[in-house]
Design a protein around this ligand. Structure first.
Ligand code: 0O2
Length: 253
């Protein structure tokens, strides 16, 4: 066990008076292994965050605009990890966390425009040290409640002093509108323990549809501004076509 985790003698003595010494050492060993694993996940988040910052920098240099509005990272807390393992019928151990939980490391990339979400996802997927494990496109196929976001579960190598480890992480890419809907919906769910009633669900879905329309309109506007379309007014038909173009029939099975 790493020296820095062994408490000094007086603490060990006090713990030993209450608990069996083997038990104390066992608990310390487990705590250390857990802390080490969490630190690896933190490294994976740093690697991925840097990759997105590099893409943002390159894009800003080439096109004089930044596709990323902000990046948030979070490490899943031990209580949520435990709940998820129990819910899925797995034991609570360091090995089990690594094997069964894909979203201990979470990176949320908030993009300026809808097209940026896909541009950034494609740019990341092309990198030869990134392996995509699963992809869920809740933008093309929103969840029933209206939730939209592009989710990638990826693996990324981290390089330690003595070894290379491949860690999993969940990346959520979404626009500002998608993010504000998701965080407000999350807050409302948090406030209301029970499920929403039908009217509330319909209202939430309506707000999600409005946010989807906002994204489509902003994307159209961006295209016009950056492609220099001048002198022509944006018509309602343009906007409807833009919205329809984002979600073709083939996307909806
Ligand atoms: P937290 O606190 O954000 O970590 P998986 O986790 O991938 O094994 P699942 O549930 O199929 O299993 O994953 P999915 O559908 O990709 O969703 C994972 C995450 O997306 C959630 O994490 C949320 O962050 C977000 N999410 C999914 N659906 C919704 C939704 O309806 N509303 C909001 N606001 N967020 C959503 P966690 O673990 O639930 O929570």
């Amino acid at each position: 066990m790493a020296d820095l985790l062994i408490p000094d003698d007086s603490v060990m003595q006090k713990l030993g008076e209450v608990f069996n010494r083997d038990m104390v050492e066992f608990a310390l060993q487990k705590t250390y292994s857990f802390a080490k694993l969490m630190s690896y996940y933190r490294c994976a988040m740093m690697e991925i965050e840097t990759k997105f910052n590099v893409l943002n920098e390159e894009f800003s240099l080439m096109f004089d605009r930044q596709p990323i509005n902000s990046i948030k990272t979070r490490l899943k807390n031990p209580i949520s990890i435990r709940e998820k393992l129990i819910r899925r019928g797995y034991e609570m151990s360091v090995e089990s966390i690594e094997e069964h939980i894909n979203d201990v490391a979470g990176i949320r990339v908030i993009c300026s425009f809808l097209d940026d979400v896909y541009m950034l996802a494609e740019a990341l997927k092309k990198q030869d040290d990134i392996e995509v494990i699963t992809e869920k496109d809740y933008i093309k196929k929103p969840k029933a409640n209206g939730y939209r976001s592009l989710h990638l579960i990826v693996s990324v190598p981290i390089f330690l002093q003595q070894e290379k480890r491949v860690m999993k992480a969940e990346i959520q890419l979404r626009t500002i509108a998608m993010d504000s809907w998701a965080s407000l919906e999350h807050q409302l769910h948090y406030k209301k323990d029970n499920d929403f009633d039908t009217l509330m669900e319909a209202e939430l879905k309506y707000c999600a549809d409005l946010s989807a329309e906002l994204d489509a309109r902003m994307d159209l506007l961006r295209t016009e501004v950056y492609q220099g379309r001048q002198g022509e007014e944006t018509t309602g038909i343009d906007i409807l076509q833009a919205v329809a173009g984002k979600f073709t029939d083939s996307d909806i099975d």
